[in-house]
Ligand binder design. Sequence first.
Ligand SMILES: *[C@@H]1O[C@H](CO)[C@@H](O)[C@H](O)[C@H]1NC(C)=O
Ligand SMILES: *[C@@H]1O[C@H](CO)[C@@H](O)[C@H](O)[C@H]1NC(C)=O
Ligand SMILES: *[C@@H]1O[C@H](CO)[C@@H](O)[C@H](O)[C@H]1NC(C)=O
Ligand SMILES: *[C@@H]1O[C@H](CO)[C@@H](O)[C@H](O)[C@H]1NC(C)=O
Length: 353
Amino acid sequence: MRYKIFSVFLLLSHFSVTFSNVMNTSYFELFYGKDFYDLKIDYPLYESSKLLVDPHFDVSLLTMMFLDGYKDESTLTDVLGKKTIVNAFLTRGDYNVIIVNWDKIASGNYIFTAMPNSKKFGGVLADAILEMTENGFNLTSLHIVGHSLGSQLAGFLGQSIIKKSEGKRKLRRITGLDPAFPIFYPGWLMGHISEKDAELVDVIHTDGWTYGTPFRTGTVDFWVNGGILEQPGCPERGKLFSCDDMCAHMRSVMFFAESAQRKNEKPFMAQKCDSWNKFKNGQCEEGFIFMGINCPENATGDYYLQTNEISPFSLGLEGLKYNKSKSNSKVDAGTFTTVLLVINFWHKGIFSV
Ligand SMILES: *[C@@H]1O[C@H](CO)[C@@H](O)[C@H](O)[C@H]1NC(C)=O
Ligand SMILES: *[C@@H]1O[C@H](CO)[C@@H](O)[C@H](O)[C@H]1NC(C)=O
Ligand SMILES: *[C@@H]1O[C@H](CO)[C@@H](O)[C@H](O)[C@H]1NC(C)=O
Ligand SMILES: *[C@@H]1O[C@H](CO)[C@@H](O)[C@H](O)[C@H]1NC(C)=O
């Protein structure tokens, strides 16, 4: 019975979500100071082209646009992710650094509000970016980075750009940081981020089967420390959405930010492999590629690596040789947490519609 109620609500939610005024509640935040808390200026989406003439926006640079994830009232890790990414890119000096603030619609009920909103908002954001492109913005210079639900939004954005431009335009790159898993996979309901959404879709997996997807979902997928096991250095999970519970999911953001940092000494190197077990046994293809900001444009397939348990996380070449004492010995609670998570969303879904 509950399954039926659930499915009907899921279908209805596609049509009943209030999405009015979204252009006015979501905005670009352009960061141009020393760090996250220093200087920024906001531009509503309907004035996206004004960004291009802002003296702090340099059209000749690359632009990193970060889309963050779902906002549960109890999520404290939210600012941590934004801050880490922004600070890493500000140290470089060769990027315009923008956060798309969609807090107002990335919150509320996950299944009935935030999820369908991510799909609709992908279209709204595509309009704003295409409008910028009409006004001289170089779309090729844009690098979209999404975390969790923001990765799914990035995928919808990529799909919308292609559709709205009738196939004439496509994003150059989307980096998906532990793309949101619950309900998005296997993708029957509304699809999910995929290799078709940009020329390069590089995905970093750190919390598969829980908050992040355990499935290959990009042109190239990096499975860090296995990608579906507990991450080294993360504590016991604790309460849903607590910092401890989000630790593994947030690691994807920490890794990517570290790779982008100017002062990063050791790059993240990863090896192409069929599985984590084969990686552990040293049965991988020769050679390696970089994970993170320097991921090559032509990379495809599944890659594996090991990291340190504390920052700085990258081990360089050492990360290619499995070292048992560096892996997390705790039994993975992931699958069980997923069940709890879905029940939690579902419960809220039924009683708060
Ligand atoms: C958003 O705000 C602008 C300026 O206040 C207004 O002109 C516009 O109609 C608003 N758009 C929506 C969709 O409410
Ligand atoms: C657009 O940006 C890309 C990537 O930075 C660059 O290779 C290309 O030359 C730029 N195109 C123009 C017209 O500036
Ligand atoms: C990717 O391109 C680089 C050169 O840019 C080349 O050395 C490498 O072999 C290519 N890799 C694949 C898998 O095609
Ligand atoms: C494996 O990791 C441990 C703990 O970090 C370290 O002490 C040890 O030297 C490493 N072993 C090898 C062979 O690198």
